[in-house]
Ligand binder design. Structure first.
Ligand SMILES: Nc1ncnc2c1ncn2[C@@H]1O[C@H](COP(=O)(O)OP(=O)(O)OP(=O)(O)O)[C@@H](O)[C@H]1O
Length: 523
């Protein structure tokens, strides 16, 4: 409040800026706190005016004489070594935030990395490439890096380093503003390749990380978004992780391929929505595109930015995925009932003949087989399939038509379709609906019925034990193969609880900022 109180006495704008800056200075505020505490102790002394105190505090800050007094330097400095630097750092519980390595050719111990925001970085005294000569007067030339680390770990209080500074100029480090979403789980303790496990940063699939440095091609430095601790940790770089993943993959791909072909009946194969036409709803949909991973899809990191929908902007597309019978239709139905003016579902296209009471654009858009084929050719369908000689499909335009009415479009698709929907236009919010445990399925689905994929008649039957097992298995395969694309996972145990959770999540998507691929935020 002070700058505004002083405003009438300030004539020049520079003075006003100066005051704003000065009172905003964090170190100044800390000093004011110190001052207040001191004052409490010396109650008998007359109090200065707050402005006077502040100005004297400012002088102290300006002179920068608030640094702790460092102990005198050791006497035994070799005067001839004019390029040697003696550095004293006071060590507290925090690690130094630097790693060392031995140079293969010269045998010298070099500073390999300075972790951004760590103690060594903040000191500004140690740089990558500096050669370490001594620690606390102990020469390190003949020591193994592990031994040096032990000396450091055992040191208490001030540590003296003797280093030969590297000639290379460090560019001043600005806080980088690059954020990524991690698409895999990472635990440095399990990573044999990491140069220093303690310096690693653990994260989970979906974590948002701020990338602090990409100077090293193999090990990036990062911290968890919003983490108050300024020290960065090591994470495998995108390129390195992709390479490792590619080496490991043959086995994984084989396994998931086998699992998906054996269990294909567990994947949803319908357009789901059109329960008005139950007969065609089932088992008509075969996956056309290869379910195999293509190399470009190795899930490592994705650059993200915060996106908050503006009130007039179109809604994000809500995409629901989950194994057959898990309850996607039930959840969609509940949303439509809860707020029919807000939520909507697409109307599919079909090449089959219109039946008695049906009308065009209500149950289906009825089009000729020829036109359907042309539309397939022109990529008008996000998903399509054939059932009993007729085509069925969901067109991109049917999604657009809902979004342009300002409604939320609820779409359920097969998981491999998600990647085609991930565009700036649709900004899909992908919800994975997951089955609960088999025990809970038995309890909750006692009166429920499934349209069995194996039953061509399309009649609903009570769930069998095998249906439950397939649902769980298919859910697991989906999660391991496509989990990195899910923004929200909802377990459909108790139906109204699952609905409540979904409803809340969708409200948040509309009203709060979410991390989305950075390319979606460039308009
Ligand atoms: N949480 C739940 N508790 C009890 N029954 C449920 C629950 N969720 C869904 N059901 C019931 O399970 C059956 C299948 O649900 P639904 O039709 O919504 O599944 P789906 O995921 O759309 O699968 P598909 O379209 O492949 O049949 C329905 O009878 C539904 O009422």
């Amino acid at each position: 409040a002070l700058p505004s109180q002083l405003q009438p006495h300030v004539s020049r704008p520079e003075d006003s800026t100066f005051l704003q800056d000065m009172f905003g200075e964090r170190s100044l505020q800390s000093l004011v706190k110190v001052k207040k505490k001191k004052k409490k102790k010396k109650k008998s002394l007359p109090l200065k005016s707050p402005v006077q105190s502040l100005l004297s505090v400012h002088d102290t800050v300006a002179q920068k004489n608030y640094d702790p007094e460092l102990p005198p330097l050791p006497d035994d400095i070799d005067d001839d070594e004019d390029s040697v630097k003696i550095i004293r750092l006071v060590k507290n519980k925090e690690p130094l935030g630097a790693t060392i390595r031995r140079d293969e050719q010269t045998g010298a111990i070099l500073v390999a990395r300075i972790m951004r925001g760590g103690a060594a970085d903040r000191s500004g005294l140690i740089h990558v490439g500096d050669e370490l000569k001594e620690v606390n007067g102990i020469p390190v030339a003949d020591k193994k890096p592990e031994e040096i680390i032990r000396i450091l770990a055992q040191s208490q209080g001030a540590i003296t380093f003797k280093v030969v500074p590297t000639i290379k100029e460090e560019t001043p480090s600005k806080e980088p503003q690059m954020f990524v979403k991690a698409l895999f789980d990472y635990d440095p303790k399990e990573d044999k390749a990491i140069p220093c496990k303690e310096a690693g940063l653990a994260f989970k699939k979906g974590s948002i990380l701020q990338i602090m440095s990409q100077d090293d091609a193999t090990w990036w430095q990062a911290k968890h978004q919003g983490d108050a601790n300024p020290r960065a940790g090591l994470i495998p770089s995108k390129q390195f992780q992709e390479r490792r993943f590619a080496l490991r993959r043959p086995a994984a791909t084989l396994q998931s391929q086998r699992a998906s072909s054996r269990r294909s009946s567990g994947f949803r194969r319908s357009f789901r929505l059109s329960r008005r036409d139950k007969k065609t709803n089932k088992s008509m949909y075969e996956c056309k595109k290869s379910d195999m991973y293509d190399m470009a899809d190795v899930p490592t990191y994705e650059e993200v930015a915060k996106y908050q929908r503006e009130s007039k902007a179109k809604h994000r597309l809500v995409v629901l995925v989950g194994p057959t019978g898990v309850g996607l239709n039930e959840l969609k139905k509940k949303l439509l009932i809860a707020d029919p003016r807000h939520f909507s579902v697409t109307i599919p296209h079909t090449s089959r003949a219109k039946k008695g009471q049906e009308s065009d654009g209500v149950e289906y858009h009825f089009i000729s087989k020829h036109l359907f084929e042309t539309d397939i050719h022109n990529n008008k369908f996000i998903e399509h399939g054939e059932y009993k000689g007729n085509y069925y499909g969901t067109s991109l335009d049917s999604i657009r038509s809902i979004l342009s009415k300002g409604k939320v479009c609820l779409l359920d698709v097969q998981p491999h379709t998600i990647k085609h929907l991930r565009t700036a236009e649709f900004k899909p919010y992908v919800v994975f609906v997951k089955p609960p445990t088999i025990e809970r399925l038995r309890e909750t689905r006692k009166n429920a019925e499934i349209f069995s994929a194996k039953d061509d008649k399309g009649s609903a039957k009570p769930f069998t034990e095998e249906d439950f097992q397939e649902m769980i298995k298919a859910g697991q395969v989906m999660e391991s193969q496509y989990g990195h694309l899910f923004e929200k996972v909802i377990v459909n145990d108790d139906l109204s609880a699952a609905f409540g959770e979904l409803y809340q999540a969708l409200r948040k998507v509309e009203n709060e900022a979410h991390w989305v691929p950075v390319s979606w935020t460039h308009s």
